[in-house]
Design a protein around this ligand. Structure first.
Ligand code: ATP
Ligand code: MG
Length: 254
């Protein structure tokens, strides 16, 4: 048995005295793409934030292993160095920092953390131009402050551009499809699919079966009230779209 890229065991998380995650179990082998679907407020973004190491969450029980290493004690930057990446549902605006500058700093911080040399400016420019072209992010946008005044779709494309440059081993996408027009959805999906590799795993959180036609998942998990209540193949997403979540919530209660 090879070590999974991500293994979540019985994860319980509270925020402000309220338990949001109630025993999440999830294992994603290297090379696989898993999807999570679930009602609004079921805890999907909470899970993604806890994985990325965002503060304010209290882990009361459980373990998270990234390629066998326990990450819950690590700082967010250490998790990034270890290869974890989260594309936020609501990307954060950073006034005063040009997108290009931010991307280079993020890339170099990770290289430094791994004991690698900084990327040269020409190499960086080449990489960012190439990735930007594929995602329809032009040099004008790269000069603007990160996410400030970006449209919803532009923010999502900027997140995927960051992912394409960082080439993380574990990619988590939290509703990256929401707010994207049809052409942007295709570009973003192609960007994500280009990163599929036997050495990488992905977790795609979405409400829509439509995204999963572009990024075809190996496994679909249904999330309800803070845990995974059902897992299956990609046909599970179709079933959800037809039936809604009611049947799955009932099973959880049993
Ligand atoms: N800072 C906070 N303080 C209090 N409650 C919070 C906080 N953050 C999240 N919650 C609550 O935790 C629950 C889960 O929220 P979360 O954002 O994880 O849901 P979600 O599954 O991502 O929903 P959506 O599909 O709408 O994005 C919600 O009831 C939310 O109100
Ligand atoms: Mg969410």
């Amino acid at each position: 048995m090879t070590t999974p890229m991500l293994e979540i065991r019985n994860l319980h998380v509270r925020i402000e005295e309220r338990e949001i995650l109630k025993g999440v179990n999830l294992s994603i082998p290297k090379g696989e793409v898993h999807a999570i679907m679930g009602r609004n407020g079921s805890g999907k973004s909470t899970l993604s934030h806890v994985l990325a190491g965002k503060e304010d969450y209290e882990v009361t029980e459980g373990q998270v292993l990234l390629d066998g290493a326990d990450i819950l004690g690590m700082e967010p930057s250490e998790r990034a160095v270890a290869g974890l990446f989260l594309a936020f549902q609501y990307p954060i605006e950073i006034p005063g920092v040009a997108t290009m500058t931010f991307l280079k700093a993020a890339l170099n911080a990770q290289r430094k953390g791994r004991g690698e040399a900084e990327i040269s400016t020409p190499d960086f420019m080449r990489a960012v131009k190439e990735a930007g072209k594929a995602l329809n992010v032009d040099s004008e946008m790269l000069k603007r402050a990160l996410n400030v005044g970006f449209s919803g779709g532009e923010k999502k494309r900027a997140e995927i551009l960051q992912m394409a440059l960082l080439k993380p081993r574990m990619c988590i996408l939290d509703e990256t499809d929401s707010g994207l027009d049809i052409d942007a959805l295709k570009l973003v999906s192609e960007g994500v699919n280009a990163l599929r590799s036997p050495e990488r795993a992905m977790l795609v959180i979405t409400h829509y079966q439509r995204l999963l036609e572009h990024i075809v998942p190996d496994v679909v998990h249904v999330f309800s009230d803070g845990r995974v209540v059902e897992s299956g193949g990609k046909e599970l997403a179709l079933e959800l779209e037809q039936k809604g979540y009611a049947g799955f919530d009932g099973e959880k209660a049993a």
